[in-house]
Write a protein that binds this ligand. Structure first.
Ligand code: MTE
Length: 339
């Protein structure tokens, strides 16, 4: 069942536009989203790839082009990282965010091995999935470019495992990128080719999608995740039957760190700080608040986070925005207390 409205995912000419998958495990101490619970966001159908037939080519402005097989990957020094990924089209409090432990190889190390030229400025990541229709040319592959600077900064992984299991087909088997702290569109799945270039990338998904558009039509490519937070419990419409209730959630800040999470139980109230676990960049942090419910009533709970760059989740969406990305207004839910 679709969880997010496709209208909020950008105008689409592609298939499978909806997120699927429930919220992360609620209320437990577990911070990791399990593989079946992790949202799936595909522009095309999931390609079925056999590891024997698959290979990864690294070419373009490199001194030594590479061709890696699946077993080459498994034999290379492996890196393990917990990373939070949010889709740029996720709505406040939406299911399009998850946190998993990924294992694979370092993109920076691979590019060093290939001898990426210092004259280059972009790294294009090509996926095996493709489609066409309307204004989408036939057999267009999903592909995204990131800056060479980001590709080399040690925060990008090429992952073949998710939470200790081989990458599930929907999440990019046999290999996907994870671009730490950036919105999910750059974490290209079903990777087949990496091209190092000194040219701006004109690909369809670079130009038509994942661009912030301001009032005057000014365009800015999306990169870093904005500071954001959500409730894990209670959920929208939940009935609260005890006088004290532990509200719980997560907050994240892309490449930054979450410095504060605040909550209020009515718009007329001041924001109150909640208790949070220590924050690391690129990984969501867990928070909780022991709420003493004043009386039986309907409450609108709101949560907002701040980051170490001085950003606070804004009360309102910038009205001049012409696109449907980067929603990070406070997550608001209504609950009924019967205490
Ligand atoms: N990679 C390919 N090849 N095709 C895609 O459609 N979707 C991107 C990204 N990588 C996509 C892709 C988007 S928009 C997001 S948010 C993430 O994958 C979602 O990753 P997930 O489905 O594993 O959660």
């Amino acid at each position: 069942m679709p969880i997010l409205q496709s209208a909020l995912l950008g105008s689409g000419h592609s298939q499978a536009l909806d997120f699927i998958g429930p919220f992360p495990a609620q209320g437990s101490s577990e911070l990791i989203t399990s593989n079946p619970d992790f949202f799936v966001r595909n522009h095309f159908h999931t390609p079925q790839i056999s590891s024997e037939a698959w290979s990864l080519n690294v070419n373009g402005l490199v001194g030594a082009p590479l061709k890696l097989s699946y077993s080459d990957l498994l034999l290379a020094p492996s890196v393990k990282r917990v990373l939070t990924m949010e889709c740029a089209g996720n709505v406040s409090g939406g299911a399009g965010v998850g946190n998993a432990e990924w294992s694979g190889i370092s993109l920076a190390e691979l590019l060093k091995q290939a001898g990426a030229s210092t004259k280059a400025n972009n790294v294009i990541l090509y996926g095996a999935d493709s489609g066409g229709g309307e204004d989408l040319p036939t057999d267009t592959h999903f592909a995204r470019a990131i800056s060479l600077e980001k590709a080399m900064d040690g925060t990008c992984l090429l992952a073949y495992e998710m939470n200790g299991a081989p990458l599930p087909a929907d999440h990019g088997f046999p290999l996907r990128a994870l671009v730490g702290g950036w919105y999910g569109m750059d974490s290209v799945k079903w990777l087949t080719r990496i091209e190092v270039t000194d040219q701006p990338f004109q690909g369809y998904f670079q130009q038509k999608y994942y661009v912030a558009i301001g009032a005057n039509g000014d365009r800015r490519p999306l990169t870093r995740m904005l500071v954001n937070s959500k409730f894990l419990r209670p959920s929208e419409g939940e009935e609260i039957r005890s006088k004290t209730y532990r509200i719980e959630g997560v907050a994240w800040a892309g490449e930054g760190k979450v410095t504060k999470v605040e909550l209020r139980t009515a718009a007329s109230e001041p924001w109150r700080p909640v208790t949070m676990t220590s924050s690391s960049s690129m990984i969501w942090t867990r928070w909780s608040y022991d709420w003493t419910v004043p009386r039986a009533d309907k409450y609108t709970l709101e949560v907002r986070a701040s980051d170490d760059g001085g950003h606070v989740q804004p009360d309102l969406r910038d009205p001049s925005r012409q696109d449907s990305y980067e929603f990070n207004t406070p997550h608001r839910i209504s609950v009924m207390a019967r205490v």
